[in-house]
Design a binder for this molecule. Structure first.
Ligand SMILES: Nc1ncnc2c1ncn2[C@@H]1O[C@H](COP(=O)(O)OP(=O)(O)OP(=O)(O)O)[C@@H](O)[C@H]1O
Ligand code: SF4
Ligand SMILES: [Mg+2]
Length: 363
């Protein structure tokens, strides 16, 4: 973990962030009609996200399925064209760059995926796949030697180069994906649920490897995850997303020890605690209802339709700002009252006393 990334802004001693996102919007048009192909609305997958990622930092990004995490990651790498807002990478505004102008930057930004098998071509040898980015970007040097070095760095035998993806386990395939992502010596890596499909024991190995590589190669990560436990371990700061927006952003430990946004509180209350005595006494705050459609998000506070702390008028009429409270940025009108305990959740259920209703987990 980066020692320099503290506070809600994560401002490092050396100033400018590597990635700076301001009011990012990524909307996908909804079209209807066989003949006229009318534009009838938009899926507002990302709808006004601002964040910075410092050099050497890991920013965790969590939230329910469909809340826009992958779309943020892809937009930062300019795999999607933003609908609005700006993306600055290493001081350069890349929001509207064309493919030709992006090409030199592509080397510096990489992505690893949840399902390494799907991102690897089953008909190509591991050596060919790991060496491909070196050849495409004409990096020069002895490609075979570099591939062997990369495979060793990620903990695979050098003879892996002559073998094929199906000959490897899930964890090993993720190592192949990592070797491929590292080939061009990137600065920034979007890790989109890189361990979600792996066994728990293997997850720890890959997370440890990611941390080692970060130190060794001075990498900056956006780490997208469902599992709040995994994201705590690797992240310096964590952003919690709901329906295309950030609800809370804070240093990792502060988010777990002292969550301020009702959505974060609900997500954390759904995670089992290993100590059975603590677990028995704990209460779980269940989120009511389904995630609303990102094509038609609730007005004002978009969490108000499910919020256990919702208040009569303000929550439904005025959109909260993402504003600093202690070390957190939090998008809730009542963060101070929730912190002080003067506002209590309205629907509370005891964990294990009503096991039939499974809590809504971060999917
Ligand atoms: N290319 C696309 N075209 C249209 N809609 C899209 C596209 N990509 C994503 N969406 C929609 O945008 C919303 C956000 O999707 P996204 O994949 O970013 O969510 P996510 O948080 O990564 O979810 P998950 O945890 O399931 O991976 C969803 O409603 C999704 O259906
Ligand atoms: S503003 Fe209101 S509805 Fe929104 S999170 Fe805060 S208490 Fe809940
Ligand atoms: Mg996703």
């Amino acid at each position: 973990m980066a020692a320099h990334a503290g506070g809600w802004g994560g401002v490092s001693e050396n100033g400018t962030p590597l990635v700076d996102v301001d009011e990012l919007k990524v909307w996908f048009p909804i079209r209807s009609g066989l003949v006229l192909d009318r534009h009838v609305g938009d899926v507002k997958a990302v709808d006004g996200v601002s964040l910075q990622i410092q050099r050497g930092e890991t920013l965790g990004l969590v939230g329910e399925s469909g809340c826009g995490k992958s779309t943020v990651g892809r937009a930062l790498l300019r795999l999607y064209k933003p609908t609005g807002g700006t993306i600055t990478f290493d001081g350069q505004d890349i929001t509207h760059l064309g493919e030709g102008e992006l090409r030199p930057l592509r080397k510096r930004m990489q992505m690893i995926f949840q399902d390494p098998y799907a991102s690897l071509n089953p008909r190509h040898s591991v050596g060919r796949m790991v060496g491909e980015p070196l050849r495409v970007h004409r990096m020069g040097g002895n490609v075979n030697k570099q591939v062997r070095e990369l495979l060793t760095i990620v903990g695979l035998p050098a003879d892996a180069a002559t073998r094929y993806p199906h000959e490897f386990s899930g964890g090993q395939r993720q190592r192949i994906g990592l070797a491929r992502a590292l080939a061009l010596n990137p600065d920034f890596v979007v890790c989109d649920e890189p361990v979600s499909a792996l066994d728990v024991s293997i997850q720890a190995q890959i997370v440890n490897l990611l941390e080692l590589l970060q130190k060794e190669f001075d990498l900056t990560y956006l780490f997208i995850a469902h599992d709040l436990a995994v994201v705590r371990h690797i992240s310096d700061r964590i952003a919690v997303m709901y329906l295309g927006q950030i609800m809370e952003l804070s240093p990792a430990d502060d988010l777990y020890d002292n969550p301020l946004h009702p959505y974060t509180i609900s997500l954390l209350s759904a995670i089992p605690i290993p100590d059975p005595q603590v677990e028995r006494k704990r209460t779980s705050i269940l989120l009511q209802g389904d995630l609303p459609s990102p094509a038609n998000p609730p007005r004002a506070c978009r969490f108000h339709t499910r919020c256990p702390y919702v208040q009569p008028t303000r929550c439904r009429e005025q959109e909260p700002e993402l504003r600093p409270v202690d070390t957190h940025l939090v998008k809730c009108h009542f963060a101070e009252e929730i912190k002080a305990g003067t506002l209590q959740p309205q629907r509370r259920e005891v964990v294990f006393e009503a096991p039939a209703a499974a809590p809504e987990a971060v999917s």
